[in-house]
Structures are given as C-alpha cells and as structure tokens.
Ligand binder design. Structure first.
Ligand code: PNS
Length: 160
C-alpha cells in the first residue's frame, strides 16, 4: 500500500490544501493529513479543532485520514510506513523554504521522497492566514474554505 503524508499547520484547512490533498489521493492508496506542531507559529485553532475541520472537509474522501504529531516529520512518516511527503507549491515564494525542508528531510531519511504538487491557479493567493484575516473582520470566506467549516471559523472570530 502506497501511503503519503500531507503535513502542515492547517490553521484552518483551506480549499488550497484540499486541492493538494485531492491530487495526492489520486496517486496514493492512503493520504494522511498531518497536523504538525510548528513551534514557530501560534495557532488560532486548537489541534482538536484543526483535526475536526480536516475530518469534516475530507469526509467524502474515503482514503484520506487525519492525525497530529509533535516531532520530526520523517520520524512520523517512517513509523506509519509512508513513502512520500506531499507538499503544495503556490509559487516561487514558497519554493525556497519548501526546498530547504525537502532537502533536510531527505538528509534525515533517504527512503522518503518529498513530492510537490502545484496549486491550481484559482487557489494561488490562498492561505490559512488569508482566511483568518478575512474572518477576523467578518468578511466573506466562501470560496476560501468549504461551507461546512464556516460555522466553526466564524464562531472563533465572533465579536461580542
Ligand atoms: O503549514 P506549515 O506551518 O508551513 O507546515 C510546516 C511543517 C509543520 C510541515 C514543518 O514545520 C515541519 O515539517 N515540522 C516538523 C519538524 C521537522 O520535521 N522539521 C525538519 C524539516 S526542516
């Protein structure tokens, strides 16, 4: 069975992430969407909330599962028998950081490849921080995240 890991903060999951997850699901037998604790970030949503949103957003994708991890990505990938790490690239600005991570992960574990999928044109501008910013000002997040997540996201940014 070919397993890949799609890691990220997913704070929250967006249509951009889902685009990459769908592409991975066409190629791999199982896709693990992994919420990784990134010490450089202070997330808006708890890990539990992020996993819940991932599960809701991918509930029509039977080969996609979610998990969370606090540690080195390659250690998780090895432990679950994954052969690849899948990441999305929106443009040149993503490349330098992602390439550095891919080479570091390759150095740490030679048997796991990083595969990049390009983001579809209509998602190129999209990021979790864009979603958070629009939601924080009460803006329209349809087209950015699936409708079934709007309630959870709006609730977090609700102003009294
Ligand atoms: O969505 P993000 O925050 O850009 O995702 C970054 C993430 C979580 C995938 C990255 O920080 C990561 O892989 N962290 C785990 C720690 C690790 O394995 N580091 C070595 C590669 S540099």
């Amino acid at each position: 069975m070919k397993i890949c890991v799609c890691p990220g903060s997913f704070d929250p999951i967006t249509y951009g992430h889902l685009d990459i997850i769908k592409k991975a699901a066409k190629i791999f037998d199982r896709v693990i969407v992994l919420v990784v604790i990134n010490p450089a970030k202070r997330p808006t949503f708890t890990v539990k909330e992020r996993l819940e949103m991932i599960n809701i957003a991918t509930d029509d994708m039977p080969t996609v599962v979610s998990d969370c991890y606090d540690g080195l990505l390659v250690d998780y990938a090895k432990a679950v028998g994954a052969c690849a790490i899948v990441k999305g690239l929106r443009g040149i600005s993503d490349f330098e950081y992602e390439f550095q991570m891919a080479l570091t992960n390759k150095k740490l574990c030679d048997s796991i490849e990083t595969i990049f999928f390009n983001t579809s044109m209509y998602n190129m501008y999209l990021s979790s921080s864009v979603v958070r910013q629009v939601a924080s000002f009460g803006g329209d997040i349809s087209g950015l995240v699936p409708k079934k997540l709007h309630g959870i996201i709006k609730e977090r940014f609700k102003r009294d």
